[in-house]
Write a protein that binds this ligand. Structure first.
Ligand code: G3P
Length: 219
């Protein structure tokens, strides 16, 4: 399973890249705003800075909602770097744009997906990635992970190549369950990735090993 980090924070992207397990980055307008990035030039420069750090796909989201401007914006973003994946919302104009980008060989990530029907449309339009938001479904007392299971089944039934990018991942259990189901990618905060490291028996076991080693060495 590929690991993407869901942030626009350069420090956290560097930390995940240094860990050696990072396969890409996803951003969205809220994450850019959280880092205080605004204005077309600053946003573009920030995407360039992210691409310089990471080896892998970097999702950059369009903010237009009409077909002409989604295309215009997406083409500008795609020109920035081969790593850029144009992130397009699951709306009618977005589906049409994904079809166009796909015919031009431009990678896309269909975002704000909350149902299997939306995921089916994204695959038919030729999206490279589909982003079901599992955490936000959990937030409204709907099982986000069962949506990943449904999409996996549907895509496997027909051999769709669109990759399932489990998004809005909040914690280690989401990551593990997504891996069991067979999501192609997960994107989440650095904290969720780092939680995978943790087990109390690892900590107590290591402390014991080091203590025994020191005792044997007469320290
Ligand atoms: O980037 C899209 C998605 O991962 C958002 O996650 O935590 O804001 O629901 P979250």
């Amino acid at each position: 399973m590929k690991f993407f980090i869901d942030t626009a924070n350069l420090q956290q992207i560097k930390e995940a890249q240094d860990l050696g397990v990072l396969d890409g980055v996803t951003t969205n307008p809220s994450l850019m705003a959280k880092e205080g990035i605004s204005g077309e030039k600053n946003v573009i420069n920030h995407y360039k800075a992210i691409c310089a750090i990471v080896d892998g796909d970097v999702s950059a989201e369009v903010i237009s909602t009409d077909y002409e401007n989604i295309i215009k914006e997406g083409l500008e973003l795609a020109k920035l770097d081969d790593k850029i994946v144009v992130k397009v919302p699951m709306i009618k104009e977005g589906v049409k744009a994904i079809k166009y980008f796909s015919s031009e060989g431009i990678k896309t990530n269909c975002t704000l997906v909350f149902s299997a029907g939306q995921a089916l449309l994204a695959a038919k339009a030729g999206a490279t990635y589909v982003s079901p938001f599992i955490g936000r479904l959990d937030d409204i007392s709907t099982d986000g992970l069962s949506l990943i299971e449904d999409i996996r089944l549907i895509y496997d039934n027909y051999g769709y190549e669109t990759q399932i990018l489990a998004a809005s991942v909040r914690h280690a259990m989401h990551i593990i369950e997504c891996a069991k189901i067979g999501a192609d990618v997960m994107t989440g905060p650095l904290s969720a990735i780092l939680t995978l490291l943790k087990h109390p028996l690892t900590d107590s076991g290591l402390a014991q090993f080091l203590a025994d080693h020191a005792k044997a060495a007469g320290k």
